[in-house]
Design a protein around this ligand. Structure first.
Ligand SMILES: [Fe+2]
Length: 248
């Protein structure tokens, strides 16, 4: 049976990676993300990563039962000749899947409260402080990549704003991702052209804060976090993660 990246591991038989459906219609995030951009992003860019990943794993039965996240965190188990491509496409699959569910149509979900709001206040002073930190991180990211709100999985649990190049993921560097912003041009160019910071500012109104709060809560219980496709532990050397702030 096919699996998605959010499901637990099963190495029992070869499996195909599937493009997860969006949890909303293509026009549901208007006017922040236009329908055409969202459709292309999902059906072309994300689907392309899924197709490429399945193609790369043909003839690799030892890897076919593994989730995209497992592949990303265990690249040393991938044949060297395939490693860079698997890293790119598994990362693209993981990151986009995570990105979709971190957004929701404008509405009550646009509010941040509870323990996550308290943690944000401790780390950044306020939600405005988080947005400012995020904006600075995006501004410093030259080229394609992702910006993240993440927490240190190494013990302190501190919230941090990070950026990763290409399709790398904070999980590769001992951080648990909570929220992702796609900094690749394909995510915003049709509506915002080269105004990436404008796209970011608009994006805050469609952040799915209840989902982010759930991710935050689950990271206190590593086994539950792992079951949702979020890494519970481990650091992988060699990832390029730019950190912009550490909670005091
Ligand atoms: Fe993207």
């Amino acid at each position: 049976m096919p699996h998605r990246t959010s499901l637990p591991e099963s190495a029992s038989m070869p499996q195909l990676h599937l493009l997860p459906p969006l949890p909303y219609d293509y026009a549901a995030l208007e006017p922040v993300i236009d329908e055409r951009t969202l459709r292309l992003h999902h059906q072309s860019h994300h689907a392309g990563h899924v197709r490429a990943l399945n193609s790369l794993l043909e003839g690799q039965p030892q890897l076919q039962g593994r989730s995209a996240l497992w592949l990303l965190l265990n690249l040393d188990k991938v044949p060297r000749a395939l490693r860079a491509a698997v890293r790119h496409h598994a990362g693209g699959h993981v990151n986009h899947s995570f990105y979709w569910s971190g957004m929701a149509p404008r509405g009550p979900s646009a509010r941040l409260d509870g323990p996550l709001a308290d943690a944000v206040a401790r780390a950044f002073g306020s939600i405005e402080g988080l947005r400012l930190e995020f904006g600075m991180a995006v501004r410093k990211l030259f080229g394609p990549g992702w910006a993240w709100l993440a927490r240190d999985s190494g013990g302190s649990g501190a919230l941090r704003v990070l950026t990763t190049e290409q399709h790398l993921n904070p999980a590769m560097h001992a951080h648990v991702p909570l929220l992702a912003f796609d900094c690749w041009e394909h995510a915003h160019y049709l509506r915002y052209e080269n105004r990436r910071l404008e796209a970011l500012e608009a994006w805050w109104s469609i952040v799915n804060w209840p989902e982010v709060a759930l991710r935050f809560a689950l990271t206190w219980r590593p086994r539950a976090a792992d079951a949702r496709g979020l890494p519970a532990r481990g650091s992988r050397p060699g990832s390029r993660v730019a950190e912009t702030r550490t909670e005091a």
